[in-house]
Design a binder for this molecule. Structure first.
Ligand SMILES: Nc1nc2c([nH]c(=O)n2[C@H]2C[C@H](O)[C@@H](COP(=O)(O)OP(=O)(O)OP(=O)(O)O)O2)c(=O)[nH]1
Length: 138
């Protein structure tokens, strides 16, 4: 994958994992690239922010929750037509509040043990994240 001369968009994605082995997906709202696709919550890291700070801000804005900690899972790169994206993926097990679609997005709790999510389509880069998560918890 060659991204020479293309700016890299740094993104923080947070997999919320609950105590019954479910994780959260959200559907991208209208007006964004890939509207209607399902993704792990998160967004672009702003200048000067750490991955955790970006996650804390994005999950507050998108889901109305306050995350307490996160564990780094993996870093993935994906070359989309609209952007070359580097995704810093974390697992979050501790938060306060109940996730809601604060930006009008639909949410779905998915069973990690299921063969595939009950919703589709997923953003292409979401698949390898879920594989890494299954490997971590296997
Ligand atoms: N949040 C998230 N983004 C993903 C995933 N997979 C994936 O390729 N991406 C890409 C899509 C976008 O190009 C980028 C995230 O940007 P975004 O548009 O959601 O970020 P944002 O909320 O900060 O956007 P905005 O303020 O510019 O509207 O990362 C994923 O699972 N979750």
């Amino acid at each position: 994958m060659n991204h020479e001369n293309r700016p890299v968009t740094e993104v923080a994605a947070g997999i919320l994992l609950d105590q019954s082995g479910r994780y959260l997906l959200g559907q991208r709202p209208e007006g964004k690239p890939y509207a209607g696709y399902w993704e792990v919550p998160g967004g672009k890291i702003e200048a000067g922010e750490s991955v955790f700070e970006a996650l804390r801000r994005e999950l507050q804005e998108e889901l109305g929750i306050n995350i307490h900690s996160s564990e780094e899972l993996t870093v993935l790169e994906h070359d989309y037509p609209h952007a070359y994206v580097r995704l810093h993926v974390s697992v979050i097990r501790e938060w306060s509040g109940i996730p809601k679609g604060c930006e009008g997005q639909t949410l779905s709790w998915e069973l990690l043990g299921a063969e595939k999510p009950s919703v589709s389509p997923l953003l292409p880069a979401a698949w390898p994240m879920l594989e890494r998560l299954r490997a971590l918890l296997a």
